[in-house]
Design a protein around this ligand. Structure first.
Ligand SMILES: Nc1ncnc2c1ncn2[C@@H]1O[C@H](COP(=O)(O)OP(=O)(O)OP(=O)(O)O)[C@@H](O)[C@H]1O
Ligand SMILES: [Mg+2]
Length: 365
């Protein structure tokens, strides 16, 4: 009972009441003692004594009330001051409130304010991060759009200016370069558009029940020729009895393409790209895409799924790649309630592992 402020106030008032009441009883007993009554015949003196008694009691109660209110307002004032410090500090550090440990209403209020301030600080930090990422994104987008656009413009202008003096081969070569830049621009805009729509939940998976093994074979086959041309070995290892998945075929195909395309790009000739598929405890399937390429440094691993993140930003060979593939891949996997992670040993290779839930069993009949 004495933990709450109400309880304490009641106890203090009760104490005051008992003290004043006791005092009055003792005083009136003393006043009305028979010997005193005999000696003190003066009625005015009796009245005077009673007045003193009442005034004393009132003064005592007032004093007690003042002490209680001072105690109360002091704690409230401290709370207000802390909130003002929090506000003036730009909401940058959470409130540090030391309660008196009693757990009364003011302590509870302080605890609520402290929790609220922590949330405000967290949310402001998250907002600042989003803002920084948005600015970086804008800078990257404008950079990546500008480069192919400028090249395209350059080649087309040259074509226009020197049209008469160019040989058919030169003209063809200029047009080929301009077309390449145009394709690059198209891919970038498409990827960016797709990622934005995925993140805004505008594209929803159209789930179908299908065997992932077949899709893995199909996609691997699509890359077969390209791998052979690059002198790479593309191997698929599919375990028997992998459960079906309930997923959007087009989206999962995109995941596989992104992972295999990356693996091939970062693996030298004679390297191996291995696509594996196995059951993961009956309730999930595990898809792996590993390569024997250059690998990713440990401190970069967590970032490769961020949109626009490229470990080798600036390398001319990768100018056509904006760093959106893995961001799109992760978003698709998340939309399917799956997980994706990357493991890598720099210099030896990288492995991406996707885990997708298996399709629920169909009851016979
Ligand atoms: N298999 C891999 N081996 C080494 N590095 C990789 C591998 N896969 C991805 N990375 C690194 O992660 C970065 C991000 O990959 P992501 O697929 O998102 O972008 P990208 O391939 O550069 O561009 P995009 O996919 O948009 O064409 C790559 O730029 C590369 O630095
Ligand atoms: Mg990629």
């Amino acid at each position: 009972m004495f933990r709450s402020l109400y309880g304490r106030l009641a106890a203090v008032l009760m104490g005051v009441f008992v003290a004043v009441g006791g005092l009055m009883i003792v005083a009136s007993q003393t006043m009305f003692e028979p010997e005193r009554l005999q000696t003190v015949l003066e009625p005015n003196l009796l009245l005077e004594l009673a007045t003193y008694l009442i005034v004393g009691a009132v003064a005592f109660s007032l004093l007690a009330a003042l002490i209680v209110f001072r105690f109360l307002t002091r704690r409230l004032r401290t709370l207000c001051e802390s909130i003002e410090v929090f506000r003036d500090g730009g909401f940058s550090a959470p409130l540090q409130l030391a309660g008196n440990g009693g757990g009364d209403e003011i302590d509870m209020l302080a605890a609520v304010f402290a929790e609220m301030s922590e949330r405000i600080v967290c949310q402001l930090e998250a907002l600042a991060q989003v803002d920084a990422r948005r600015r970086e994104l804008l800078a990257n987008v404008s950079h990546d759009l500008r480069t192919p656009l400028a090249s395209m413009q350059g080649y087309l202008e040259t074509l226009l200016l020197k049209d008469g003096s160019l040989t058919p081969e030169e003209r063809r070569s200029y047009l080929q370069v301009a077309t390449r830049h145009c394709e690059r621009l198209g891919k970038l805009v498409r990827d960016l558009f797709e990622l934005t729509r995925l993140e805004a939940h505008e594209i929803r998976p159209q789930p179908e029940r299908f065997p992932l093994a077949e899709l893995v074979q199909d996609v691997a086959q699509k890359f077969e020729l390209q791998a052979r041309k690059a002198g790479q070995h593309l191997v698929t290892e599919i375990a028997p009895e992998v459960p079906m998945v309930l997923a959007d075929i087009g989206m999962i195909e995109r995941v596989l393409e992104n992972l295999i395309e990356n693996a091939m790009r970062y693996t030298p000739a004679e390297g191996t790209i291995r696509v594996t598929l196995q059951a993961d405890g009956g309730a999930a399937v595990r898809l792996g895409v590993s390569d024997t390429g250059k690998g990713i440094a440990t401190n970069e691993l967590a970032n490769v799924f961020d949109r626009y993140y490229r470990v080798d930003r600036g390398e001319p060979g990768n100018a056509a790649h904006a760093g959106l593939g893995l961001a799109i891949t992760r978003r698709i996997v998340e939309l399917h309630a799956g997980t994706i992670r990357a493991e890598s040993t720099p210099g030896q290779g990288t492995r991406f592992v996707v885990e997708l839930p298996a399709a629920p069993a169909v009851s016979p009949g």
